[in-house]
Write a protein that binds this ligand. Structure first.
Ligand SMILES: Cc1cc2nc3c(=O)[nH]c(=O)nc-3n(C[C@H](O)[C@H](O)[C@H](O)COP(=O)(O)OP(=O)(O)OC[C@H]3O[C@@H](n4cnc5c(N)ncnc54)[C@H](O)[C@@H]3O)c2cc1C
Ligand code: FES
Ligand code: FES
Length: 1341
């Protein structure tokens, strides 16, 4: 066989996709499987969410025949990281390959849809494929297997609960049925369910779907592995291959010898196995590797061997394989032999997601030499040995502190490769632990990761050998050798602990400016984790009868490893009454697109097939926060392969001034940039890769100007936009005089990235007469139309904007989408060719802004009873570099400053900080959550200062019917008290409180906390003119109805609800009604789909149009009462009746004036209450969401399944906002967290273990369509119950250190903040550096 190098040209790449054979003669090493599927094969069911393996939207299943084991493997992978060239003789299965709506649905597709687990649907194909791959390997999985399968999948809409609920039906241990099986001995019926309401309610339903309707799952019916691949694999696996691309050559050696020869010849070649590290380097770090060596199939590198000392793993063994082997060892060997294996398994449990572990190699992790590698500390602490080879021979080296000489460097010579690693058995009297601390438990990179091994002289507690290895505290994985040396021979006891801690604090000190930030936290963790190890070992020694100090019973839980529990849930809603049997309104109807979403047939903007002459656009953005542009040099970019042209401000034919409310932005910056990420221009090329490469080659020269990044800097510089809003009622001075006590406090609430799974996309298609047709993923078709027309200098009637559906919006696609759509339209106009752009996740996060960070400062006066009588609060929001919607956001914050509490004398002031960050914008809740968060901070302070239970103080201050708000709106039909009482009783609040108090007395290092929090959310756009909507309804002569309205579908189920409304009014089944899209040429001048009001507004417009049509059909119905709908329609048509009608609605009596504090702001309020319980690990700052009970008033629900979906989705998004999601900016205004790798949204594992959602019964709303209420935004704030439960637990921890009374806890309550707030002996050993004496890595903006 010829050597890969000696043959000319490229080899053929042979693989199968969905059973179809593909022979690719020009496989490019830089092409990923995802790009190939979507662009070359047109299989757009597989989605792009991040391109970095962090979201799972691109999950597909690979199957291959492994020759050396003669096994067929099926495994889920991230197509965005899988190199096309790695797929020789592999069968790929995508979501399209397992079923379709037209053909036959696969049960994994059907069940996620019918269980309401698909809202926007962008994550759905990936989740379907993770589940499918699991079932291919294990047709009878347990819930734990399902949870493991989803570690690498994210969903931003559903809150995950319904997905698990649907897939529980495949498992053998589905757990609690949530009350659905009351008749078959359900735990909830026999009195053991804590969530059961004491009331006997007959028309209450807990079933959103009927599992009995699901098609059965028959694993024997799956597509078989192509026999051709089996026989080819047997014959060809050792074949060497070569694929040549523009910039890289892929060499797949057929044997170890060939691999070593090639590495000798190309010492700089990049070895690629899983590509989970190299793929990121190429995509995001601009690395170019001309020669790639792919040794994944070499048998020696995949071998697993047992030796006398341990188990040897070939370097290309995947982490999944390694875990399977070690699990087997643990099952069969005596426990004292498997301490090291258990430590490796503990790290692998939280290592990335399954898709990554299925391809990432153990050798890849070692050789990446990352300082936060999770495996290297274990390998180092336990003395693993590595076998290295070059063409001349091999050597064995220990993994010790000499192995990593510097940042991302190893002791390998350039010509050497890693062949294997030996993981040793442990010995008697050796104990090993491994720890990983990360902001999110699942699929996250470590803040600090550690492994520790200690050996004792047999039968004693005298330390014979100690190895402490840490990641995340230096530029390399490091060993605390000095500390370990000091402790040799010492007795394992309190004195050793004290010395170990002071020594570690000294030895592992970090520079306060260290990259990654969180310096005090990281330092504290080194001690806290050692303490956990100390307790664990103490316990094990005690168990072995060695004489040591007994571990105090209240310290025991500190040593427990985290155990995930399978979540259980209950959803309660009122069974619909409705006028007739066939009435769709009020029923838990499935989202109308759910099935298509689950099969990949639903078309999103970037799934629109390519136009023949289409081009791709990539943005050129500013790298400076504030600067004059001195020059732009695009010469190098313009001559790069595939580049067609560059676009700059001079190419804007109309006005370059743009902005959704004020024209204070530029389409393309010409003279000045005011944030990092400010769009300066764009490159248009034949492919995305070419456009992106060229955009990076454009050189911009800047003259830097002073910048303002944080709220505190803006306050210091008085950098505010005008106006400064004030909302005041009562007599503040008198209020404070009346008060028995006054306290002051402050809280900072961090911003939030929308993280819609589908990033911003626009496809702009020029037509004749200056027309421009745009396909955009936007919540605001009319605003896009207006701003594109302005930029092009054409009247609005030449621009058509079409929106089929969005992969999530959450406010992020209300205005900021126009920054992309205007540029794409300008480029398309210049070239007279279609231009497409879908932003990469990092670009989207950089450019489009998010939720406003807020800083609230308050002074509150209250009586000794806890009644608040005076409140003075100032809000400061970080607006960014343009006004966007920030004034309205601030106004809503002010309108929610008292949350649900009646305060007689109140003043709120809102300051809009002008900073050099990308403009912040609308985000679900629109300032309301920030406004209410400050309120909950002061009410908690009041309770803590009085030493009273917070829930009593909250209840005491709760509004009652007929009271009025600070903006003088009288509260009618108030349901707050009902929600409160139901939540108290459903959650078993008092019993929980008592149990928590007991738990906290019995546990020193883990504490539980509880909080119940109300919300009252005003419904209406606060800009009165936006409270209008239109609809257009056509009835065709066959009786089918085409419905169009002004709202857009982003997953919330608006189209489904509108069809339900039309169905009721027209009196026909939903299946006769179709919504195709939202477009500006059908319903004009629409308001954005926002403010939770779209069902109210568009629903009333649809009702209006349908009523007109019903009236027109009435005579034909009267004439032929026994006739069918089709008969009446036909008769009307032949009688020349207009079967098309438009509808319109405007919310009556709205309009408020800040000057006079008069007029109605809101049409009505949506209320709810949540109670949450958490458990905090005081040593690490992690917390578990034990339970959340939500009671929400949605009026008479139009669709309980969709409404509960909104409640749960919003709650989980709020959970992210208040406990997890942190945008980090450098002091220079550079966003450092630009993808799922560094920015963590909640994952499957973050759902509260017990989740109850109850829709308040008998609460009709006379202000909206069919007595319903808005639901999109209001429940989000309820997640603050988790934040305040955490604060409650932290207060208990502080109590142990003698600290009491109010304390500041900023949002999010991240692990870092929780750990630092639980002040104790370890935190005191790591005091923070004096502010101002160093330059921090990141700043609180
Ligand atoms: C979403 C995501 C999550 C992640 N989570 C974690 C995590 O939780 N913990 C963690 O520690 N890491 C994590 N990583 C990092 C990465 O997955 C691991 O480091 C992985 O083990 C790399 O293996 P690979 O086969 O994919 O490496 P590749 O990308 O194929 O290669 C990585 C490096 O190793 C070198 N290399 C590979 N094999 C050899 C060999 N035999 N001889 C010489 N050099 C070799 C390559 O040249 C390259 O420099 C994550 C990555 C992603 C994308
Ligand atoms: S797109 Fe592949 S994991 Fe996100
Ligand atoms: S449904 Fe999961 S991201 Fe929208």
């Amino acid at each position: 066989m010829a050597d890969t190098e000696t043959r000319s040209g490229s080899d053929e790449l042979l693989f199968f996709v969905n059973g179809k054979k593909i022979v690719e003669r020009n496989a490019d090493p830089e092409t990923t499987l995802l790009t190939y599927l979507r662009r070359k094969l047109g299989l757009t069911g597989t989605k792009l969410g991040c391109a970095e393996g962090g979201c799972g939207a691109c999950t597909v299943m690979l199957s291959r025949y492994q020759t050396h084991t003669q096994q067929l493997l099926h495994y889920a992978v991230n197509a965005c990281l899988a190199p096309l060239c790695s797929l020789h003789l592999v069968a790929v299965t995508t979501v399209e390959g397992i079923g379709s709506v037209a053909r036959k649905l696969h049960p994994v597709q059907e069940r996620i849809a019918r269980a309401h687990g698909s809202q926007c649907g962008f994550c759905t194909p990936g989740i379907v494929m993770s589940m499918y791959a699991l079932l291919r390997n294990n047709p009878t999985p347990k819930m734990a297997d399902v949870e493991e399968a989803f570690q690498g999948n994210l969903c931003r809409c559903t809150g995950y609960r319904p997905i698990l609920e649907g897939y529980k039906t495949f498992t053998v241990d589905g757990g609690c049925c949530g009350g659905r099986g009351r008749d078959n001995g359900c735990c909830m019926a026999n009195g053991s369910g804590a969530e059961e309401s004491s009331e006997e309610v007959v028309d209450e339903s807990t079933s959103l779907f009927n599992a009995a309707d699901f098609a059965p799952f028959d694993p024997t019916q799956e597509v078989i592995f192509p026999p051709e691949l089996t026989s080819l694999s047997r014959g060809q696996r050792s074949a060497s291959l070569r694929f040549r691309g523009d910039t890289a050559t892929w060499l797949q050696p057929g044997s170890l010898d060939e691999f070593l020869r090639l590495k000798w010849k190309h010492p700089d070649a990049r070895v690629v196995v899983g590509n989970t590290e190299v793929g990121i380097e190429v995509k995001f770090k601009n690395m170019v590797y001309p020669v790639i060596l792919a040794p994944a199939f070499i048998p020696e590198l995949n071998e697993v061997r047992h030796t006398e000392d341990g188990v040897v793993f070939g370097a290309a063994c995947t982490l999944s394989h390694m875990a399977a082997v070690l699990r087997q060892e643990v099952e069969t060997l005596p426990p004292h032999r498997t301490e090291v294996f258990l430590a490796v398994l503990e790290q692998l449990r939280w290592f990335a997601g399954l898709q990554i572990r299925n391809v990432a190699a153990v050798g890849g992790n070692i050789m990446t030499a990352s300082p936060i590698s999770d495996l290297n500390p274990v390998f180092m602490a336990t003395g693993c040995k590595l076998t290295l080879m070059d063409k001349d021979g091999s050597r064995v080296v220990p993994m010790d502190s000499a192995f990593f000489p510097g940042y991302r460097r190893t002791g390998l010579r350039p010509q050497e490769v890693l062949v294997s690693i030996e993981v040793p058995f442990s010995r008697r009297s050796q104990f090993v632990s491994a720890f990983k601390q990360s902001p999110r438990r699942e699929d996250d990179i470590s803040v600090v990761t550690a492994a520790m091994s200690v050996s004792f002289a047999p039968g004693t507690a005298a330390v014979q050998q100690l190895r402490l290895s840490y990641g995340g505290v230096a530029a390399v994985t490091t060993m605390a050798t000095a500390t370990a040396r000091k402790l040799l021979g010492r007795h394992w006891g309190e004195e050793l602990l004290q010395d170990a801690c002071s020594s570690l604090a000294e030895e592992l000190s970090l520079d306060p400016s260290a990259p990654g930030g969180m310096v005090t936290y990281r330092r504290t963790l080194t001690l806290s984790l050692f303490y956990k190890f100390y307790l664990t070992v103490l316990q094990k020694l005690t168990e072995q009868g060695v004489t040591v100090d007994a571990v105090r019973p209240d310290y025991l839980s500190a040593a427990d490893l985290f155990q995930a529990e399978t979540p259980t849930s209950v959803q309660v809603f009122q069974a619909p009454e409705g006028p007739g049997q066939g009435d769709a309104v009020g029923r838990p109807m499935m989202h109308l697109s759910a099935l298509k979403q689950a099969t990949g047939e639903a078309v999103y903007c970037d799934d629109v097939p390519l136009y023949e002459n289409e081009l791709y656009l990539s943005l050129i953005t500013s790298s400076k926060a504030h600067a004059n542009i001195l020059s732009i040099d695009a010469a190098a970019a313009e001559v790069m392969p595939g580049v067609v042209c560059c676009v700059f401000a001079a190419d804007v034919p109309g006005s370059n001034a743009t902005g959704p409310v004020q024209y204070d932005e530029t389409v393309l910056a010409d003279r000045q940039v005011t944030c990092v990420g400010h769009i300066i221009g764009a490159v248009v090329a034949d492919t995305q890769l070419h456009a992106q490469r060229a955009a990076k080659a454009v050189r911009v020269q800047y003259q830097e100007l002073p910048h303002v990044v944080t709220i505190q800097e803006a306050i210091a510089a008085q950098s505010f936009y005008q106006p400064i809003r004030t909302l005041q009622r009562g007599d503040l001075e008198a209020g404070f005089k009346q008060a028995d006590h006054i306290l002051e406090g402050e809280i900072h609430i961090g911003g939030q990235e929308h993280f819609y799974l589908e990033t911003n996309v626009t496809l702009a298609v020029p037509r004749e007469d200056g027309e421009m047709e745009l396909f955009v993923s936007t919540q605001s078709a009319s605003k896009t139309q207006a701003l594109v027309a302005k930029a092009l200098g054409v009247p609005a009637n030449r621009v058509v904007v079409r929106v089929k559906r969005m992969g999530g919006g959450f406010g992020g696609k209300e205005t900021r989408t126009t920054v992309l759509s205007t540029v794409a339209a300008v480029a398309a106009n210049k070239l007279k060719r279609p231009v497409r752009c879908m932003l990469d996740r990092d670009e989207d996060m950089l450019v489009t802004g998010g939720r406003h960070p807020f800083y609230g400062k308050y002074k509150v006066g209250y009586l000794s009873s806890g009644k608040v009588v005076a409140l003075d609060v100032s809000y400061y929001s970080n607006v960014g570099n343009s006004m966007d919607l920030s004034l309205s956001v601030m106004e809503r914050a002010l309108f929610h400053m008292e949350n649900s509490y009646s305060v007689a004398n109140v003043r709120g002031r809102g300051f809009l900080c002008r900073t050099n960050l990308p403009s912040n914008t609308a985000f679900r809740g629109f300032g309301g959550p920030q406004g209410m968060m400050v309120a909950e901070s002061w009410i908690t302070d009041v309770a803590q200062s009085l030493g009273r239970p917070a829930e009593e103080v909250r209840r005491l201050n709760l509004y009652v019917e007929g009271e009025s708000t600070p903006y003088n709106q009288i509260l009618h039909q108030l349901t707050l008290d009902r929600c409160w009482d139901e939540c108290l009783s459903r959650s078993g609040y008092q019993q929980r409180r008592a149990a928590i108090d007991l738990y906290n007395r019995q546990n020193r290092w883990t504490k539980r906390g509880l909080a119940i929090v109300p919300t009252k959310f005003g419904i209406s756009f606060t800009a009165a003119f936006l409270n209008q909507a239109g609809a257009l309804v056509h009835i065709y002569t066959d009786g089918s109805v085409l419905l169009t309205h002004g709202g857009t579908e982003m997953g919330q189920g608006l189209h489904t609800k509108m069809v339900q409304v039309a169905s009721r009014v027209l009196g026909i089944p939903c299946c006769k009604i179709h919504i195709s899209e939202t477009s500006t040429n059908t319903v004009p001048n629409t308001s954005p789909t926002a403010a939770s009001a779209s069902s109210d507004l568009n629903g009333a417009a649809v009702q209006n149009a349908c009523e007109v049509l019903v009236k027109r059909l009435e005579p034909f119905k009267t004439k032929n009462p026994k006739g069918s709908w089709e008969d009446w329609v036909r008769a009307a048509y032949f009688d020349r009746v207009n079967l098309s009608a438009n509808g319109f609605y405007k919310t009556p009596d709205l309009g408020y004036d800040f000057e006079t504090n008069s007029g109605r702001v809101f049409n009505y309020f949506s209320s709810g209450v949540a109670c949450s319980e958490v458990e905090v690990d005081c040593l690490t700052g992690s917390h578990k969401n034990l339970s959340s009970t939500i009671v929400m008033d949605v009026g008479h629900s139009l669709n309980p399944a969709l409404d509960i979906g909104q409640v749960e989705g919003a709650f989980m998004q709020g959970l992210g906002l208040f406990t997890m999601e942190e945008l980090r900016y450098s002091p220079q205004g550079v966003l450092l967290t630009r993808g799922p790798g560094s920015y963590k949204i909640p994952a499957f594992g973050d759902i509260p273990t017990h989740l109850t959602v109850s829709l308040l019964r008998d609460a009709p709303n006379d202000k909206a369509i069919f007595a319903s209420k808005a639901v999109g935004e209001p429940p989000l704030f309820l997640a603050s119950a988790i934040f305040y439960a955490i604060k409650d637990a932290v207060a208990a921890a502080r109590g142990e250190s003698g600290l009491s009374g109010p304390f500041r806890l900023d949002s999010p309550a991240s692990c870092e903040r929780i750990r630092i707030a639980c002040s104790d002996r370890f935190t005191r050993l790591c005091p923070p550096a004096e502010p101002g004496t160093f330059k921090p890595w990141s700043v609180q903006v």
